[in-house]
Design a protein around this ligand. Structure first.
Ligand code: ZN
Length: 105
């Protein structure tokens, strides 16, 4: 993929393994950084999967600061810093979620 922001975004889901191997994580929504052991919320697993290592590895991290599923770890190879998180934030949350309303007919 040519756009590094698009490529980075896929690391914000099913990222349990990557987060475990990261030393620093950041959130594309609130743009805060935190160590991986601050992440206590995960989505994507239900009670009958807790012993399934494949399902566990596909959990998605929730940001400990804002609760968004928008967490990246430095293991992804991307810089977890303010300039990068701010670019991710702009590219995704602002452009994809806030759209101009259609003109009324
Ligand atoms: Zn956040």
């Amino acid at each position: 993929m040519s756009n590094p922001l698009l490529a980075a975004y896929r690391y914000t889901t099913n990222n349990w393994t990557m987060i475990q191997e990261s030393r620093l994580c950041g959130c594309c929504n609130c743009m805060q950084t935190f160590p991986p052991d601050e992440i206590v919320g995960w989505t994507g697993l239900d009670f009958n999967q807790v012993d399934d290592p494949v399902a566990v590895a596909k959990q998605t991290a929730m940001c400990p600061r804002c609760g968004s599923e928008a967490v990246l770890g430095d293991k992804s190879g991307y810089p977890i810093d303010q300039p990068f998180l701010s670019r991710m934030n702009e590219a995704w949350f602002q452009r994809t979620l806030i759209r101009p309303s259609k003109p009324k007919a």
